[in-house]
Design a protein around this ligand. Structure first.
Ligand code: UD1
Ligand code: UDP
Length: 364
C-alpha cells in the first residue's frame, strides 16, 4: 500500500470503444505539459479493432502494449491485472485514467486501488441496472474504487450521488467520444460510403456484439429472423464485430439478398456509413451516442440502456426482436429528421474539461 508517487498520468486503454474516448483526453492533457504514459492492454488486437483507430484519430502509439489478448473474463482480467501491477509498481504513477466499462477498465482500477494510486474514471456513473451485463459489474466496481468520477450525463451524476459517492469527487464533464466525432465530422463522407457499398436508396447500418444478442443459439435465431425482416424494408450493411461472427454465420445471418456483412470498419468509414443511413440498428453503447449527435434514428436491440439520455435527448429507442421490423418501417416512412434534441455538454469540449481536472489532481 501507499507506494511513492510522481506526477505521471497513466492512461489504460484496450478495447475498441476506449480509443475514441481517450483521444481527446490525451491531446488536451499534452497541451498542459503533463507527463503521460499510454497503455494498451491488448484486449482487442485485430487491426480493424485497434490499430486503425490510432492511425485515423492521430492517437500516439501506445508506450506499452501488454498483449493480454482474448479469454474468459477471469483469465483476461487476471492477465491484465498481473501485467498492470508490474507496470504500476515500476512506474509509480500519480494517477491512472480508465475509460468506459470493459475488462481492461476494471482490471486497472483493481490494481491501482490496491497500490494506493488515485483513479480517474472517464464515463463514470452509467447504469443499466442489469447485472447480467459484464459491463454493469465493471462499471460498479470501477466507480466504487475511483477518486475522480467524470460523468457524461446528468443521470450518471445522479446515480453516483444515490450510491453515496461524495459530491466533490463527481464532475459532469460531457462526452469525450463526442469530442472525437465533432472533431472528425468533416471526414465522414456518406457519398463515399454509398459508392463503396453500391447503395442508391435508403439503407440501414447494423452493429451487433452484446452477449445478450450473439452468444446463445436461441437469441441468435430470433436475432437472425428480426434482421431478415428489417432487411425486407431496406438494405442492411453490417460491419460485424468478431464476437459471435461464426455463430451468426452458421445461423444464416448472411442468407438474405439485402444483408451485406463486412469486417469491422475503420472509424472514419464507419461514421461515413452511419451519417448517410436512414436507420441504425445496434447493441453498441457508443453507437447510441454517435447517432444521437448525427440525428440518425437509432434502434437499440436491448432490453435496457445505460445511456437513457440518448432516448430523452436524442434519436434512440429500445426495440425487441419482435418490434424491430415495425419500428424500421416507421422510421423509414418518417424519413430524415430535421431537428432533434442533444444532451447537455456534448459539445466537443469534454477532453478539455477532463484535462483541467486531471492536471489539477496531479499538481496536488
Ligand atoms: C468487449 C467489452 C464490451 C465492449 C466491446 C467493444 C468486456 C467485458 N466487454 O466485448 O463491453 O462493448 O468489447 O467492442 O470487456 N476478438 C477478436 N479480435 C479482437 C478482439 C476480440 O477476434 O481484436 C474476438 C475473440 O474471439 C474474443 C471475442 O472477440 O474472444 C470477444 O472479445 P472480448 O474483448 O473478450 O469481448 P468483446 O465481446 O469484444
Ligand atoms: N465502430 C467503428 N467501426 C465499426 C463499428 C464501430 O469504428 O465497424 C466504432 C463506433 O463508431 C464507436 C465504437 O466503435 O466509436 C464503439 O465500439 P463498440 O460498439 O465496439 O463498443 P461499445 O460502445 O458497445 O462498448
Amino acid at each position: 500500500m501507499g507506494i511513492p508517487v510522481n506526477s505521471l498520468v497513466v492512461h489504460v486503454t484496450g478495447a475498441r470503444p476506449n480509443f475514441p474516448k481517450a483521444a481527446p483526453v490525451l491531446e488536451a492533457l499534452a497541451t498542459r505539459g503533463v507527463e503521460q504514459l499510454l497503455v494498451h492492454t491488448g484486449q482487442h488486437y485485430d487491426e480493424r479493432m485497434s490499430e486503425i483507430f490510432f492511425r485515423q484519430l492521430g492517437i500516439p502509439q501506445p508506450d506499452v502494449n501488454l498483449g493480454v489478448g482474448s479469454g474468459p473474463h477471469g483469465a483476461q482480467t487476471a492477465a491484465t491485472m498481473v501485467a498492470l501491477e508490474e507496470l504500476f509498481t515500476e512506474r509509480r504513477p500519480a494517477l491512472v485514467v480508465v475509460y468506459g466499462d470493459v475488462n481492461s477498465t476494471v482490471a486497472a482500477a483493481l490494481v491501482a486501488s490496491k497500490l494506493g494510486i488515485a483513479i480517474a474514471h472517464v464515463e463514470a456513473g452509467l447504469r443499466s441496472f442489469d447485472m447480467t451485463m459484464p459491463e454493469e459489474i465493471n462499471r460498479l466496481v470501477t466507480d466504487r474504487l475511483s477518486n475522480l468520477l467524470l460523468a457524461t450525463s446528468v443521470d450518471a451524476v445522479a446515480h453516483l450521488g444515490n450510491e453515496g459517492v461524495a459530491a466533490d469527487k463527481i464532475h459532469f464533464v460531457g462526452n469525450p467520444m463526442i469530442d472525437t466525432l465533432l472533431k472528425n465530422i468533416d471526414r465522414f463522407d456518406a457519398d463515399a460510403a454509398r459508392a463503396a457499398f453500391d447503395l442508391s436508396g435508403p439503407y440501414q447500418v447494423a452493429t451487433l456484439h452484446r452477449p445478450g444478442n450473439v452468444d446463445r443459439p436461441e437469441d441468435i435465431a430470433r436475432l437472425v429472423t428480426a434482421m431478415h425482416q428489417a432487411a425486407d424494408e431496406a438494405p442492411v450493411i453490417i460491419p460485424l464485430h468478431p464476437r459471435g461472427r461464426g455463430r451468426l454465420t452458421e445461423a444464416g445471418l448472411f442468407d438474405h439478398p439485402a444483408i451485406r456483412v463486412e469486417d469491422p470498419l475503420g472509424y472514419v468509414e464507419f461514421m461515413g456509413l452511419v451519417r448517410g443511413a436512414a436507420a441504425v440498428i445496434t447493441d453498441s453503447g457508443g453507437v447510441q451516442e454517435e447517432t444521437t449527435i448525427l440525428g440518425i434514428p437509432c434502434l437499440t436491440l436491448r432490453p435496457n440502456t445505460e445511456r437513457p439520455v440518448t432516448i430523452t435527448n436524442g434519436t434512440n429507442q429500445l426495440v425487441t426482436h419482435e418490434t424491430l421490423p415495425s419500428r424500421v418501417r416507421e422510421v423509414l416512412a418518417e424519413g430524415p429528421l430535421s431537428q432533434w434534441p442533444t444532451p447537455p455538454l456534448w459539445d466537443g469540449r469534454a477532453g478539455e474539461r477532463i484535462a483541467d481536472i486531471l492536471a489539477r489532481k496531479v499538481a496536488g
